[in-house]
Design a protein. Structure first.
Lengths: 346, 346
């Protein structure tokens, strides 16, 4: 067929043109590394703890082990941390100032105020730590921090969703270059998650099974397959809207990372590192974003299935994409998967 | 209230945080102009017509007037053009190669191939023409070209939507710097338009009037108002997802620009120029995208109402935005409107 393909997302009402006619290879996107603007002093580096608000959670290195703690409110802050979780200085969503606000937001998400939480997870004492090259024990700690914070935030009665995401590289929106992730807890379920929840519920009601489990079965044996181990599968989604995008999906049906066992945390760290390393090697360390898709409402437990979506920042969404919500992807997911598969280090 | 505001779009299930706590002024976004990479030879400039496919539509300057024509398929191409409409060399959507394909696509949008059209409108013989500074008669010709192409493309039985958009500046996705717009005709209705159609239909069924007419009534007297004349109103939408975004909406209830009279074309050109000029002056010539929202299905005539949306490219959508479909806007629409209103030249 002499046409570009037109694909619709597994679940979302979202279309993408897989533009074979202007098809590009992954290496076409490799570019000279741009200089990251270095701030004079990095507020996230060891020794500069006083430049940030006190950490609500710390993993400290003590007696050859790791101990969970938090910053003291007065006096000197510990410097022997491995991971530090602090409030965002400029929060998009802020915590309730008074109990009435909590009550209001529980009555209606349309209360109109961005009540919630906005936190930063400093992933390592090493300024330039990168999940693609990090030591596995350190990466496991980062994932444990995601889980700890998700557990605490999702238990709050006014929190309807918790978004855990990472921006890597200036072009992907990372304003500070020190390794960090962000967590935003919102008083409403964001639209993309809501649409996935509804579509997966409809699929479950009709077919009696989880649509994501079904997707795994399809993708594990197909041309978009990238990587598999006992616990996870990595694949390029059928209707990727970003060149080189891939998803990491747990084989175990679960709502969120709260259900991960210790070995699964370790397997997830390995899977994340291996796939990000393949992307880094292939495309000369490109900027990217990743974000978890998960559910905190237990009513979704039969039909929703958490996963991580990785979006390399290799193209610009312009007038067509912004005004229509339809995308043009110049690398087919099959090409992306094939090249990632070959770049995976054993 | 010590919180950021959380707003939902007039029609879409789309949320935005109006981030007052990290609120910025329009001038904070002004930056040094980046050098536009100049191609050695611009394929859109006068004299280089042979570098592009033949134009399917030309406005020629002849005998002191303007004549509609097209490029001859053999021999020399006219150089006395004012506006040139050519096929995109790397179309995202391509025209049907055989009649069976047209039939297939009419049976199902899920046919799976990106059949449609992708055209480029070269807006002027002047390489650097910019709607903010263009002469009004030239800008009127551009709008007439939009109308002419929309009329032809929307009449094709396999076309379900026609997106008309413009990318200004490299950071906004303009890969060539010569003044141009693009038109993409698709075999399906894109999701954002579909959602607007459904929500405006629901509003009409419930209230017996057009929701956009209602929005105009609200916004014309409110803090987000920018500009008004006999035919159009310009305002910053209540839940803008881009800093400094504004919409141009016709007071006359109509499905698309096909209904514009000659004086309305002229008024639209003036409105577009005045508001883009205000943006340019305020924020030091920022990159932007604009896109029309319109309907070609006459069944929507009671409840849908065309408009133009302008999206200045002043922030990066990162992990949170991409994974959740929820946005953070660091300029309130009220601040945007106020500063645009003051920057409008009479």
């Amino acid at each position: 067929m002499p046409y570009n393909e037109l694909r619709k997302d597994y679940l979302l009402n979202r279309w993408v043109v897989i533009a074979k006619e202007r098809s590009r290879r992954p290496t076409d996107f490799a570019k000279q590394k741009t200089e990251t603007a270095q701030t004079a002093v990095c507020p996230m580096c060891v020794g500069n703890e006083h430049m940030t608000p006190p950490a609500m959670m710390l993993y400290l290195k003590e007696d050859g082990g790791v101990k969970k703690s938090k910053d003291p409110l007065v006096g000197e802050r510990p410097k022997n941390w491995l991971v530090r979780c602090i409030p965002n200085l400029y929060p998009a969503f802020s915590s309730p100032r008074q109990p009435e606000d909590e009550t209001q937001i529980m009555k209606s998400e349309c209360f109109g105020y961005a009540i919630g939480h906005h936190e930063v997870i400093i992933e390592s004492p090493n300024h330039d730590e990168d999940p693609a090259d990090a030591e596995l024990p350190q990466l496991e700690l980062v994932i444990k921090a995601y889980i700890d914070r998700l557990r605490e935030l999702s238990a709050k009665p006014y929190v309807k969703y918790v978004s855990i995401f990472r921006n890597y590289g200036r072009e992907a929106g990372a304003s500070l270059s020190h390794a960090h992730s962000q967590i935003i807890a919102t008083p409403m379920v964001p639209s993309i998650i809501q649409e996935e929840l509804e579509a997966s519920k409809a699929f479950y009601d009709k077919h009696g099974k989880c649509v994501f489990c079904d997707i795994i079965e399809q993708e594990v044996k197909g041309p978009r397959f990238v990587l598999e181990n006992n616990d996870f599968i990595v694949f390029a989604p059928y209707a990727s809207i970003n060149p080189m995008a891939f998803w990491i999906m747990p084989k175990k049906h679960a709502l969120s990372i709260l259900d991960l066992t210790r070995p699964e945390v370790s397997a997830f760290a390995q899977t994340l590192k291996a796939s990000l390393k393949a992307l880094k090697d292939l495309v000369n360390d490109p900027p990217y974003n990743y974000g978890f898709h998960l559910a905190i409402n237990k009513e979704a437990k039969d039909h929703y299935h958490w996963h991580l979506e990785v979006y390399p920042k290799l193209s610009i969404w312009a007038g067509f994409e912004i005004s229509t919500g339809t995308y043009i992807n110049t690398i087919t997911p099959e090409t992306a998967a094939d090249s990632l598969r070959k770049a995976i280090k054993p």
